[in-house]
Ligand binder design. Structure first.
Ligand code: ATP
Length: 333
């Protein structure tokens, strides 16, 4: 059953000079769900988060958060939301606890409330033991957690997490994912931006792909994978045979093979195991040695490539980067 929309975005556009950071974006986020906005550097994710959190005004279009207009009712919107960003916005010279208390003061909470909420949040975020240390002594992962904690003090009904794990080591990333999962299991609405396909896949109920200020597609992780249409055959060959393998497999597919990692080539497998056998037979006929071959489900990475023609890791606004990366781009006929 639908709980109604917590966030509605209609035709939102924003340019910085010549750069169209957002070019008419529409989306809605159902209350109590996690929405993943996935895109490469410069796709427009932060710009959208800034508009929704009232830090920036759109040039065109309209957006509401909990039914409140982000431009005309900005002050009310701010009381409902929490924002944690890419660079942890915490004061290095204060302790963790002092940082949270400062945020409580900004929210105009009473002294008792501030103490209770800070203690509660520090406990939940796993920083109770480090609460009285100055933040300067915290690791990168601890700072991100504290930043998240700070956005929780105001008990927001909607959270915006802008690339919460960018730059973290894998262990800290997984810790933060677990923490986010715990928060959302309590029914919070969350808009999460990320460059990591795995992160969106793991955390989000629905995912939108954004590229160059435009939403390319939106759906559940499974729907996006289904849009890829078929399984994928991935072959690993010795580096010396790589280009030969790419050429051979290209003959088997209407789409260019993925091949940005030395020794690895992937093509769509519309006929599943039959495509795999055919790939192996052709490579064998040409004397290409095969180290490994698998038939797998498409990843979100494959989906991104299929729909945008370039890898999710490349800078979307930089034309020179377009030709690089693994590709499943449709061939020009
Ligand atoms: P990242 O993952 O790198 O944070 P993003 O998807 O969040 O990227 P945005 O930060 O929204 O992307 O940027 C969208 C585009 O707008 C980029 O081309 C960026 O260079 C440009 N841009 C963003 N902020 C400004 C600004 N203040 N002045 C000029 N250009 C800007």
């Amino acid at each position: 059953m639908s709980n109604g929309s917590a966030v509605v975005v209609e035709g939102v556009a924003k340019s910085y000079g010549e750069v169209k950071a957002l070019d008419g974006v529409d989306l809605s986020i159902e209350r109590g769900t996690v929405f993943g906005l996935l895109g490469p550097n410069g796709a427009g994710k932060t710009t959208l988060v800034k508009i929704l959190t009232t830090l920036l005004q759109p040039d065109r279009g309209r957006a509401t958060v909990e039914g409140l207009d982000v431009v005309t009712q900005a002050a009310e919107v701010r009381t409902r939301i929490g924002l944690a960003g890419q660079s942890a916005a915490v004061d290095e010279f204060l302790t963790g606890r002092e940082n949270l208390q400062m945020v409580g003061t900004l929210y105009n909470l009473g002294r008792e409330d501030i103490k209770r909420r800070s203690d509660d949040v520090l406990e939940r975020i796993g920083l109770a033991d480090a609460a009285d240390r100055v933040v300067r002594t915290y690791s990168g992962g601890m700072r991100r957690r504290l930043d998240l904690a700070a956005s929780l003090v105001g008990r927001p009904s909607i959270f915006f997490l802008d690339e919460p794990t960018t730059g973290l080591d894998p262990r800290s990333r997984i810790d933060l994912w677990e923490l986010i999962e715990e928060l959302v299991s309590e029914g919070t609405t969350l808009l999460l931006t990320t460059q990591y396909l795995e992160e969106a896949d793991r955390l989000a109920n629905r995912i939108a792909l954004i590229d160059r200020g435009t939403l390319i597609t939106e759906g559940t992780a499974d729907q996006l994978k289904d849009r890829m249409g078929s399984d994928v055959v991935e072959v690993t060959v010795p580096a010396a045979s790589w280009s030969e393998a790419v050429a051979v497999l290209a003959e088997l597919s209407d789409e260019e093979p993925h091949s940005n990692e030395i020794g690895r080539v992937a093509i769509p497998a519309p006929e599943g195991a039959r495509t795999l056998l055919e790939a192996v037979r052709r490579l064998d006929d040409r004397g290409v040695e095969i180290d490994d071959v698998t038939l797998r489900k498409p990843t979100l990475d494959d989906v991104f490539l299929a729909l945008t023609g370039h890898a999710a890791e490349t800078d979307a606004q930089e034309p020179a980067a377009k030709g690089r990366g693994r590709r499943f781009a449709r061939r020009e006929s």
